[in-house]
Structure formats: structure tokens, C-alpha cells
Design a protein around this ligand. Structure first.
Ligand code: AMP
Ligand code: MG
Length: 483
């Protein structure tokens, strides 16, 4: 009996788009984390997936009848340098049609070598896969478009990094894995027909309304620009730092992908960087919106031959579209910040009010999430900067601005609660959960963390302990790519 039915429309694309690749066999698969609510949403049978046959599927040991797993080919600019990449440690099992009739990719990450492994082992360590599980699910809870995590299976294998680590496979769910880097790859190495095939495929999958439009390719570019502007504004509004915004990690769907060195910022500082390899701060918090534009310009470049037969006209069209990004981004960011400050109406002075707060937060080293949390619930005592003149002046201006709208205190608080997460997956909490899971096989801390971060806008009693900041550490928090 076929328990899970997968399709693979990507296989209909020309052969240069992928390589057929079975996941590697793993010695001793053990399911360590499973996302029941996601399974339900996908229409998957949790009980079956938890059975030994199911775990074999989630580890890559068993291939579903009638499916052809593939590794997808793509290229990308990594820290500004163009390179051929591809799924070096992942395979796409296929596409699932959900009960809501949505098509999603099911991918195994950490599933062994592929033709795109470039000397890497194709494997993943347990810690980073659990980390992706936690952060991606936290992002989903925050209402930010993201790939999701269905399961993590420990493989029983050892992965060689700086030290020996337990290996794992993550099951990733994405509305697709088409990246800016996929377009760059086809534009660089394929023919015009291949590029058109990819664009038509992406439009069919993510921008269906454009299929029959005479100007579908330029509109496609503009839609992706809007989606990315929206996504990055949402990151900024919660202090999320992706850490490795290479063009291969930018999706056409507008979902956050690739949770490697990402982390949430504690103290507000635009130059915050967590990634150990980002030495120049290219992907610092405050730089994310600009890098978004840079990445979209690379996307526009790869679409040029589809925009017009006339090269100059194509460049003009692309430039015009890219030139709209800063304003689109800013509009989304300001409206998000207004909501964070309880503002229902728009006034020209708002930008100054917003910038004013951020600059005081920066000056006094205020925690990003907790500042907005305190403003939301009126708990100013918890703020270190509450007695500073600069803050008091700003606070008066904010109160004056609030009084200019016809809204009750309750209405303001409701809007603020819906836009200011009470909790984020703080780095020290994530580390604590991973430590217990990886070193002691104790998943209770992680389960509890997952449970509270599911509803970050709730402001419940049990969330309170998760609002506390890390103690003073000698070295700043560092993240790694997890390879
Ligand atoms: P990432 O930093 O995860 O975005 O990966 C960048 C590129 O390196 C992608 O092509 C990955 O598939 C590849 N890669 C990452 N880790 C490994 C690994 N352990 N073995 C082979 N390829 C890898
Ligand atoms: Mg990647």
C-alpha cells in the first residue's frame, strides 16, 4: 500500500537542472524529533512516520515506491564570489500535495554525498540539524515565511568536524527549493530555452496569476522583489540575523531558507554579526536590507534575456524594477515599526520617532525584544534605560503621538502584542537545549523551548523565564555554518 504519494515535477525540467541521487544508507536511524502539527498540516500519517518503516524513509534508507530522488543543481554568489554549488548534502525526495492543495518539497538534508558535494562528506551533525528545527519553527511561530522542519533522525553515523559528532538527517519542507542561485546557474550555463523553462516553472509554482500575462517575466521579477522586501523587513522587525545571505540562500518563493549561522540579536546594534566566517560584517543585521537589494540585482541580471530581445531595454526594465526595492522595503518596515509602537495611523513624523527610539536603544545597549516587550505591557521598570533623560524625552513624544489617534489603551496594547514577540529563541536557551539533546540525549529542554516559542505573541506567565538575558560572557556569541 502506498502510504505517502509524492510527485516530482522538477524531473520534467531539462537534465542539467538536477542529478538523480539516492540518499546514502545510514547505519542506525533513530527518530529524535518529530513535528506532529506540521505532519497533520501536510496530511501525513504521524504514526506511520514514527514506525520503523517511516523512520527508514526519514533517514533516507527507504525510497518511496515510484519516486526518483534528486539533488538540485544551482550556483550562487557566496560572500560576493560566484561559484557552482548544488545540493551537496541534500536530496529532494519529491513533492507532496497537501490537503489544502498546496505543493511542497520534501527534502532530506544531511543525506550523503552528491555530484555537487565538492569534496564535502554530504553529512550533517545532529546539533546543527536540531538548531535548524528550533529556529525554523520559531520563525513559523513568529509569522515569518520559512521552510519548515518535519523531523530529525539521528543516523548512528559519526561526522568528522573539528571533533567527532553524531550525524543526523533533517526533513525539510519548503514551498520549493528554487533559489536566485538556480537562476544564476541556468543563466550562466544553460540555453535561453532552459532559462525560460525555469522561469515558467517558478511562475507556475509560485506566481500562478502571471502565467498568461504578456509581461510575465518582468512582473515575476517585481513579485520576487516584493516578496524578498517583505521577508527581510520581517527579519528586521524581530531582530533576526540570517548570517549567510548568499544568493543560493535566497528563495524565489520568499521563504527564509538555510538556517546555518543565523541567530536573534539581543542588544540592539545594527553592526551585530554572529557568524564566525562573516569577518567583514557583510551580513550584519543593519546590512541585511542592502544585501537583499544586491541579491535581487543578481536575480534581475539572470532574467535579462527574458525581459526583452533588446539588451538595453532589458537592462532598463531590470534597473527600474530593482530601483523600487528600497522604497518597497522601507514602506513595509515603517508600517511594521508603527505597529510595534501601537500606531494605527500614518504621520510624517513617525519615521523620526522610530529612528529616535532605535538610536537611544543603541546608545544604552538596550535589548531589542525586551524593549518592545516592556513598551507593550508598560513595564518600564524592567528597562535599564528607563531613567535616562534621552529615553524619557522620547517616551513623552511617543505618548503625544499615541494621543493623536482615536484608539483606547487596550486597542494599542493589542496591536503591540500582536507585533512584538514576547519571546524569541535566545541564543543561550537554544544552546542549553542543544547541549542537553546532543550530549545527554535529553530532549526535554528542547521540547519545552519548542512549546513556548510556538506562540511568541502570547505574553503568558510561562514565557517569562524565557525573556531573561544571557549572563555576562567573556566572548561574544558565535555561530557556525554547521557544515
Ligand atoms: P550552506 O552553507 O549550507 O548554504 O551550503 C553551501 C553549499 O555547500 C551548498 O552547495 C551545500 O550543499 C554545500 N555543503 C554544505 N555542507 C556540505 C557538506 N558537509 N558536504 C557537501 N556539501 C556541503
Ligand atoms: Mg545553502
Amino acid at each position: 500500500m502506498i502510504k505517502i504519494k509524492l510527485e516530482n515535477t522538477y524531473l520534467k525540467l531539462p537534465e542539467m537542472f538536477y542529478s538523480k541521487q539516492r540518499p546514502s544508507h545510514v547505519p542506525k536511524p533513530k527518530l529524535v524529533t518529530f513535528n506532529y502539527s506540521l505532519a497533520e498540516k501536510l496530511g501525513l500519517d504521524s504514526q506511520y512516520l514514527e514506525s520503523s518503516e517511516g523512520v527508514d524513509i526519514l533517514s533516507g534508507n527507504r525510497i518511496l515506491e515510484g519516486t526518483t530522488p534528486i539533488a538540485q543543481a544551482y550556483a550562487g554568489h557566496q560572500f560576493g564570489y560566484f561559484t557552482m554549488l548544488g545540493d551537496g548534502r541534500a536530496v529532494l525526495l519529491g513533492e507532496l500535495i497537501t490537503p489544502k492543495n498546496e505543493r511542497v518539497d520534501i527534502q532530506l538534508k544531511g543525506s550523503g554525498e552528491t555530484p555537487y558535494s565538492r569534496g564535502g562528506d554530504g553529512k550533517a551533525a545532529l546539533g546543527p540539524m536540531l538548531r535548524e528545527f528550533i529556529i525554523s519553527e520559531a520563525m513559523y511561530g513568529l509569522g515569518i515565511p520559512t521552510t519548515r522542519s518535519l523531523a530529525v533522525v539521528e543516523t548512528g553515523d559519526t561526522v568528522i568536524r573539528e571533533k567527532l559528532l553524531p550525524g543526523a538527517v533533517l526533513t525539510r519542507i519548503a514551498s520549493s527549493h528554487i533559489r536566485v542561485g538556480t537562476f544564476q546557474y541556468i543563466a550562466s550555463y544553460g540555453k535561453l530555452d532552459d532559462l525560460r523553462a525555469l522561469a515558467d516553472y517558478a511562475i507556475e509554482r509560485h506566481y500562478k496569476e502571471l502565467i498568461n500575462d504578456d509581461n510575465k517575466y518582468i512582473k515575476f521579477l517585481k513579485e520576487v522583489i516584493k516578496k524578498q522586501a517583505d521577508l527581510i523587513s520581517k527579519w528586521q522587525l524581530v531582530g533576526f540575523i540570517h548570517g549567510v545571505m548568499n544568493t543560493d540562500n535566497v528563495t524565489i518563493s520568499g521563504e527564509t531558507i538555510d538556517y546555518g549561522p543565523c541567530a536573534f540579536m539581543d542588544v540592539y546594534n545594527p553592526s551585530t554579526v554572529f557568524s564566525s566566517i562573516d569577518r567583514s560584517g557583510r551580513y550584519a543585521y543593519g546590512n541585511q536590507p542592502n544585501i537583499g537589494a544586491w541579491n535581487l540585482a543578481r536575480f534581475a541580471e539572470s532574467l535579462l534575456p527574458l525581459l526583452s530581445d533588446d539588451k538595453d531595454e532589458a537592462i532598463n526594465l531590470a534597473q527600474e524594477a530593482i530601483a523600487e526595492y528600497p522604497e518597497i522595503f522601507k514602506g513595509k518596515w515603517i508600517s511594521g515599526m508603527r505597529a510595534k509602537l501601537g500606531l494605527f495611523t500614518e504621520k510624517a513624523e513617525d519615521e523620526q520617532l522610530i529612528e529616535g527610539l532605535l538610536s537611544i536603544m543603541n546608545k544604552y545597549g538596550a535589548d531589542f525584544t525586551n524593549t518592545f516587550r516592556s513598551l507593550t505591557i508598560g513595564n518600564l521598570d524592567e528597562m535599564k534605560m528607563a531613567d535616562e533623560e534621552g529615553f524619557k524625552d522620547w517616551y513623552k513624544l511617543w505618548q503625544q503621538r499615541l494621543s493623536k489617534q482615536d484608539k483606547t489603551k487596550e486597542e494599542v496594547m493589542k496591536l503591540m502584542k500582536n507585533n512584538n514577540p514576547s519571546i524569541i529563541p535566545r541564543n543561550h536557551r537554544v544552546e542549553e537545549a542543544l547541549d542537553a539533546a546532543v550530549k545527554a540525549d535529553d530532549y526535554s529542554i528542547m521540547d519545552k523551548l519548542l512549546d513556548v516559542i510556538k506562540n511568541p505573541y502570547e505574553y503568558s506567565k510561562e514565557q517569562e523565564e524565557y525573556t531573561s538575558l544571557p549572563g555576562p560572557t567573556k566572548t561574544p556569541y558565535r555561530t557556525f555554518c554547521g557544515t
